[in-house]
Design a protein around this ligand. Structure first.
Ligand code: IMP
Ligand code: MG
Length: 182
């Protein structure tokens, strides 16, 4: 039983305002750096497109695709990169753009994997963070919104690969607060 388009938790207007702020902050921090903005697909696509256009510095764009092993009902917590970057990141300043940091395992895996390629720096920008759900300690350098422990969809985030195109962020009512039940 799917109930969609649940309660809005972040509106389009709130999203626009916050992304402009993040854009200003990142523009200042990376003014004299060699930025490669790395989008973590699929979830980050909407945030990435808006964030990139809020940055006022020359930069490279690149993407990778990750999946988590296991079933939805029983996630193993293991992460795999299914599509790699096309750009060389050695000596460059990498900013990872994520949709949401939940357990932190995806970000931990990506930081470990990409650090081996010797970037000059590597930082993380996540639209959303659920601090209560963290299983590993990762530093998120830029956070759009800290949100409570609810399963959210829209603005790139999915429930069973759907609802990513919802233009705002909503709490999906049929999924319990553990993100389980599917
Ligand atoms: P992690 O647990 O920090 O590794 O996050 C893994 C991935 O789970 C995120 O990148 C999202 O794709 C997905 N995820 C976590 N929480 C939610 C949610 O509330 N809605 C949709 N996807 C989520
Ligand atoms: Mg994701």
């Amino acid at each position: 039983m799917e109930r969609i388009f649940g309660r809005p938790i972040v509106t389009q207007e709130e999203m626009r305002t916050r992304i402009r702020e993040l854009g200003r902050q990142i523009t200042a921090d990376y003014a004299d750096k060699d930025l490669v903005l790395v989008g973590v697909l699929k979830g980050a696509y909407a945030f990435y497109a808006d964030l990139a256009r809020a940055l006022r510095i020359p930069m490279r764009v690149d993407f990778l695709v990750v999946t988590s092993y296991g079933t939805k009902a029983k996630p193993s917590g293991k992460v795999k990169m299914v599509t790699d970057l096309t750009e060389d990141i050695a000596g460059r300043d990498v900013l990872l753009v994520e949709d949401i940091v939940d357990s932190g395992l995806t970000v931990q895996y990506l930081l470990k994997t990409l650090s081996r390629r010797k970037p000059k720096s590597i930082k993380v920008c996540a639209l959303l963070s659920k601090p209560e759900r963290r299983k590993v300690n990762v530093t998120i350098d830029y956070v759009g919104f800290n949100i409570p422990n609810k399963y959210v969809v829209g603005y790139g985030l999915d429930y069973q690969q759907k609802y990513r195109n919802l233009p705002y962020l909503a709490v999906l009512d049929t999924v319990d607060d553990e993100g389980q039940g599917f």
